[in-house]
Structure formats: structure tokens, C-alpha cells
Design a protein around this ligand. Sequence first.
Ligand code: NAD
Length: 323
Amino acid sequence: MERILVTGGAGFIGSHFVKRLVQSPSISRVTVLDALTYAGNRNNLRTVLSSPKLTFTHGDILDRGLVDSLMAEHDAVVHFAAESHVDRSLADASGFVRTNVLGTQTLLDSARRIGIRKFVHASTDEVYGSLPSGTALECDPLRPTVPYSASKASSDMMALAYFHSYGVPVCITRSSNNYGPNQYPEKLIPLFVNRLLAGEQVTIHGNGEHVRNWLHVEDNGQGVDLVLRKGIPGEIYNLGGGTDLTTNELTALLLKETGTTWGQVDYVPDRAANDIRYSIDWTKAAQLGYRPQQPLDQGLARTVDWYRRNPSWWDASARSAGA
Ligand code: NAD
């Protein structure tokens, strides 16, 4: 797999993955296809944009002609492009169906026509829905509860259907909540850090006892890379192994790292749909060699430090979104 097409490579997770690929001696070419929506930012790729290995294409995954021409020049696709924010999906689900379902199907169709050698589809643990106890296995039923997770579950089903119906060599990764530098400041960790550092209030929905598993974005990249190289077509791989924390526990760590206090935290009524707990079993990915490396305390400290040192990235990112 020497030539890799990465969709959504200007977003949070995609840009970290592109940087990883560009540094890999076994990769000769990386092409990013990204529509640069509010969540995409070429600056996320600043350190590698001048690499002779990297080509950036500004375009939409629903542009069939463009997708065909790019796909024909690559050995594999890693598909990150998506609408990814739950709150936005609750406000209007249509963009989520368009990009996450129809966009994925457009890519799969092209992969089928071109005969791509590997198609890695990046999905989420949120497709399993809320688990009162236990951990979700890849074979467990999908119980999405919000339009975002429903659109991702739909795209997972479509990807598997293209494997079974047409033999498209699809692998799916389902990762837990990622954190790290370059995350658009609407997501919990960058939102809280940004506001706390600015002396502003942050809000916790409900009682703050919702549990999420926090995985460093570079650990997710390690898992996606392994699935790209060694994953068995037609298989799904959960990528967890970060740290389970309630929102209250996470907030306490962020207050400590930013040197702020609970006085900056307000509690507001919970959303109508807010899954109580996600948890995934990642034994299958471990069998490929997947081992998360970043302890949460260190990863979080470095992440907060990155946002503290990069306020202009925040501003540019928020301005481009009209936020
Ligand atoms: P993100 O919102 O930061 O980035 C998405 C990228 O996709 C942006 O660069 C955007 O410009 C691009 N994009 C959107 N629509 C497009 C289109 N029609 N054509 C081309 N490009 C388009 O998202 P992220 O947090 O980096 O997530 C990447 C993937 O990983 C998503 O599929 C998401 O569902 C999944 N995921 C994310 C997390 C997480 O914690 N962030 C966890 C599990 C899974």
C-alpha cells in the first residue's frame, strides 16, 4: 500500500493520520481530498504541506468524477471525511446523511469500479449506543440514538454491504472519543480548554456523570495504520483503550491543567438524547498489534499546553467557521 488517498485529511483525526503517513518510509504518495468545511483547516497540515509526497485536493467526496480520477491513482483509501459533531446533527441531520451516508456510498462505488486494494472506513464507538454495563464487541448490534451516530451506523452498513455484495476490501475502525491538538473548538476538550484559559464559563449537561473513553489521536492513528496494513477485509476493529472518565472527572483534570477552578463551571439541563456510557472491547485490534501508548495525564497535559501555545490556530479556526 504505497499510495494512499485520505478523505477528510484536513480535519482533526485525518490531519494527524496524514502526518503519520508522510513520515512513513513505505508510503510514496499521500493525497488529501477535503472539502474544507468549517471543520477542515489546511493549517492542520502546515508541517507537511511542502512534502513532495503530499498532494492536497480541495473537493467533495460526493463529486463522483473527481473521486474516480483520484481513486484510480491510489492503492488504498482511508476515509475520515464526515460531519462529526453530535449537537449539529441534532439541529439539522440533512448534512450528516448527505456526507456520511451518500458520501461514503459514492466512495465505495468508485472503489468498486476502480478495484481499490483496501478501503478503511473510520467510524465511531457511538454506533453501539449507550451501554449501562459491559463493553461492546464488533459483532454487537448497533443502537445509535442521535442523527450523527445513525448516519455513521448507516455508512458502516453500506461499507459492509459493498464488501459482501461486490468484494470491495473494506475494513471499519470504530474508535472512542479522540483528543489531542488541532481539534475544532466545538468539541468538549478544546472548547473547555479554550474557555477556561480565557477566563470564561463552561457548561456541563445534566449531572456530569456521562462516561466516555478518551483516546489520544495518535493512538487512534496507530490503530488505523495497523488496520490499513493488516486488517482483514470485511472486518470491524474497535479502537479503544484510552481512559474511561465521567465528564465531571475529565473537567477536574482540565481545571487542574489550566489552573482554573469549579467556579468557572455551570450545570445546565441535559439534552433529550445524551448517551450515558460508551465502552468498547478492543481485543481484536490488539491481535493486530494495537497498543495505545499515551497515558491520559501526560496526553492531556501536552494537549492543554498545545492549545495554550497556539491561540492563533483557535482564532483562525473559529473565524473560518463563523463561530
Ligand atoms: P472533523 O470534523 O475534525 O473533520 C472532518 C473533515 O472532513 C474536515 O476536514 C472536513 O472539511 C471534511 N469533510 C466534511 N465533509 C466533506 C465532504 N463532503 N467532502 C470532503 N471532505 C469533507 O472530524 P474528526 O473528528 O477528525 O473525525 C474524523 C472521522 O473519525 C469522522 O468520520 C468521525 O465520524 C470519526 N470519529 C471521530 C471521533 C472523534 O472523537 N473526533 C471518534 C470516533 C470516530
